[in-house]
Ligand binder design. Structure first.
Ligand code: PRP
Ligand code: URA
Length: 210
């Protein structure tokens, strides 16, 4: 399980995360921070993309140089909060296709309820990055990945900003083939299954719905 989870401890990510956690940070800044952290995480999580050499002419000389070797990516945010991470990912990889999985946590049972699914038709040729800022019980991530796997993508990575130990255990045991990336592992969950110390309800803070 240890090798399956990467925590991005880069100082820029940790600095931005502190302002995301602060309850006095309003929606505009919170959204900007989600975007900035996602961009930095994208940079790290795509580190293993294969490269190939191509021949080009610079204004000075002919040379060989590297480009990404034809790997096709798909980004799949889990609605709603995952959408806050999407534009940043697309700004780094504009050729990626986008799918959406709609899930919300029932307030009483904390179980995910599916309400929407639309995935790229050629997802079986793509490496998928599932996006959701919060991995709490892990129920939403486990279900979203189970749904995506039915379409047989080449591979799946899960990118979140905060992860609770409970969510990491649930996700890595349900999907041992999925690499998990987060900006921090938090202490645990409260009685309502919110992450502690966490940052509150990510969807509400992104969209200003509280
Ligand atoms: C939040 C979050 C995750 C889920 C995490 O979404 O964005 O999808 O909870 O919790 P879990 O790991 O216990 O499943 P929420 O259900 O609040 O929906 P929203 O994004 O529409 O606000
Ligand atoms: N969903 C959130 O948005 N925040 C949490 O802490 C847990 C689930």
């Amino acid at each position: 399980m240890e090798n399956q989870v990467t925590v991005f401890d880069h100082p820029l990510i940790q600095h931005k995360l502190t302002f995301m956690r602060d309850k006095n940070t309003g929606s505009k800044l919170f959204r900007e921070l989600v975007s900035e952290v996602s961009m930095l995480m994208c940079y790290e999580a795509t580190r293993d993309l294969p490269l190939k050499e191509v021949e080009i002419d610079t204004p000075m000389a002919s040379t060989t140089s590297k480009v990404i070797a034809g790997r096709k990516l798909a980004f799949v945010p889990i609605l709603r909060a995952g959408c806050g991470m999407l534009d940043a990912m697309l700004s780094m990889v504009p050729a990626a296709k986008v799918g959406h999985i709609g899930l919300y946590r029932d307030e009483i049972t904390h179980q995910p309820v599916e309400y929407y699914k639309k995935l790229p038709s050629d997802i079986s040729e793509r490496d998928v990055f599932v996006l959701d800022p919060m991995l709490a019980t892990g129920g939403s991530a486990v279900d979203a990945i189970t749904i995506i796997k039915q379409s047989k993508p080449r591979s799946i990575k899960f990118l979140c900003i905060l992860a609770a130990p409970e969510g990491i255990r649930a996700l890595t045991s349900a999907h041992p083939d999925v690499q998990v990336y987060c900006a921090a592992k938090d202490e645990g969950l409260d009685k309502n299954c919110y992450i502690l110390p966490g940052l509150g309800d990510a969807g509400d803070r992104i969209f200003g719905t509280k």
